[in-house]
Structure formats: C-alpha cells, structure tokens
Design a protein around this ligand. Structure first.
Ligand SMILES: [Zn+2]
Length: 216
C-alpha cells in the first residue's frame, strides 16, 4: 500500500493515518512529525523550519523531499507507506513522483478527506498531542481512554501545538486551498484520486476510507 492522504490541516489525516498504520502494518510518514522531531532536536534544518512553521508557512521542498527519502529508506517502509502532510503543491507532487520513480515504488492511491471548514476549526481547537509518544488526540472526540498510557508505561503528556490557534489555522487553510487545488486536479487527471466525506465520527470516516482504497 502506497498511499497519500490529502486534506486541510485538521481534516483528520493524521488520526486516520495512525489507525491505518495499525490495520495495514505500513508506517504513517508524517512530514509534520518528522519536522517537529528536527525542531526538537535543534538541528540546523529544525531551526530553519521552526521559523517558517511558526508563521504558518511551508518548509522548502528539497528539504522535505530529503527527509522523506531518508524515512522511506527505513526497513518498516518496505511494504509501503501512508504519506500524511505531503505533497501540498504541484511542485512537491512532481518531486515526490520523481523520488518514488527512482525507488521503483509509485503511488497506488491518493485519498482526499473533504471537510466543512467550521467543523475543521472546532476539531483543531481541541487537538492535543503527546510530547512523549507523538500520538494525536482530541479532548472531545478522541481523548486517551482511562488508564491508557504511552508504550513506555508513563502517562501521556498532552499539549496543544502553538500553531493550533484559530488565526494560524485560518491562515493555514487559506494557504492550503490556494496551493492544493491544482494538486487535487493533477491527481484526478492521473486517475489516482478518491474523494471521501471526512465529516462525522472517526469510525464513519474509517469505513469510507477503507471502502475508497478497496476499489483499487
Ligand atoms: Zn503518549
């Protein structure tokens, strides 16, 4: 399975990718998580990325493609991957296609998660991530279960990402819509695109997602 999940920030891509990773045994490759790791590690790349991310912007394509190439070279990606958060532009899609061609692993499917903007703002406001294990929760719709812990046995250490405030979300959404529309049309022309309704419960969206990829 070589899949790209497309959708506005907060459309549920990350959560769906986590669930699919468990069901299908292929890794979620989240460029957001990979970047945040670099920021936390304080690498040169991480420091440069931090400034751009705080302003709600996007990190340079060649840097992102380098990070993805390294990630796909790890052994757990041999059977496939679920790309979450990349590509977001036509130029990134072209870069990704060239990278995957060189690896002999072209994409199978691109799924677009379509969501109502007001639902999206509500989702993002309640989103929390665990500092320790990186899992993403929602305080209303997807909280940690009672007694549930990180893999190392400690309690989840939830925090709200600083870029998950309303002004930044609206800015990200505007950037997303402007840059991603040509990408959606591009994947539709290639016959790779499946659209699913991403409003509703996580389980509803799961069901639609599995149905969309089962038609291949
Ligand atoms: Zn945790």
């Amino acid at each position: 399975m070589r899949l790209v999940l497309l959708g506005a920030p907060g459309s549920g891509k990350g959560t769906q990718a986590q669930r699919m990773q468990v069901r299908h045994g292929v890794p979620q490759v989240s460029t957001g998580d990979l970047l945040r790791e670099a920021v936390a590690a304080g690498t040169q790349l991480g420091r440069a990325a931090h400034i751009v991310m705080q302003a709600g912007g996007l990190v340079a394509d060649d840097i992102m493609l380098g990070i993805i190439r390294e990630r796909l070279a790890r052994s757990d990606a041999a059977r496939g991957f679920i790309l979450d958060g990349f590509p977001r532009t036509q130029a990134q899609a072209d870069g990704l296609a060239a990278l995957l061609k060189s690896l002999g692993t072209p994409l199978d499917t691109v799924v677009l998660l379509e969501i109502d903007p007001e639902v999206l703002l509500r989702r993002v406001a309640g989103r929390r991530s665990c500092r320790r294990c990186g899992r993403v929760f929602h305080i209303e719709t997807n909280p940690p279960r009672p007694g549930e812990r990180c893999a190392d046995g400690k309690e989840h250490d939830l925090f709200q990402r600083p870029d998950d405030n309303e002004a930044t979300v609206r800015q990200r959404l505007a950037v997303y819509c402007e840059r991603t529309q040509p990408l959606i049309e591009h994947y539709a022309r290639l016959g790779l695109l499946r659209r699913i309704d991403a409003n509703g419960t996580l389980d509803d969206v799961d069901t639609r997602l599995e149905a969309a990829i089962a038609t291949d």
